[in-house]
Design a protein around this ligand. Sequence first.
Ligand code: BTN
Length: 240
Amino acid sequence: NRCFYFDDTNSTNAFMLGHAAELKSGDICVAEYQSAGRGRRGRKWISPYGHHIYASLFWRFNQDITKASGFSLVVGCAIVEVLKDFGVEGLGLKWPNDIYLDHKKLAGILIEVSQTTSQYTDLVIGFGINMSMSAEQGELIDQPWSDLSTMARMPDKTALLIKLHAQLKRDLQLFEKHGLSEFATRWNAHDLFINREVTLTMSPNAVTGICRGIDSQGAILLETEQGISAFVGGEISLRA
Ligand code: BTN
């Protein structure tokens, strides 16, 4: 595989999308700084210099896009498990793809589709991890955030990236072969809200129920008086 390394770029996702035609599954782009880091829902991802991870992995998924919905869950599991291996405690996943530390956002995943045919789907899987945020940098972030600076020993960034790359490749291959079957158990073990009462907002509607984890398609399961139902979209939060 190839690794494209930038001191400064607009967005590692944008770089990979722009070069998709030359890329192979597993190629990765890493930057120290992004001038136009992208978040989900059209938001910005504040990407200052410092000890942070901004990376994007290219992946040709050999199935059509309708089967790709589980990708973000697989990536979330992989990132949490690698961070755990480095000794990070207090991690949790919030469906469908936010990584929390001590109930504040530590890392985010943004998957963008480069090209899709009936045979394959080319994806750019971007992830950002806060490692050590200064107070001034943190003030720019519009939601509660956390970083790894509370750890007794900060993980080495290169070692972390190498492990993440290897585990992501392994897990994405596993997902292509067997779907989400094995990941539901892994996801449920990390799900922040499992067995808790939550509200799922799909503007203008909202459903309240007990979170029962994910199904084999990656949908979130909520138990209400009507029984257990699966939902494919929306924003989940603890019941106020
Ligand atoms: C989110 O909003 O939670 C997703 C954030 C994803 C940020 C990463 S940083 C590397 C990659 N390049 C981008 O421009 N965004 C993603």
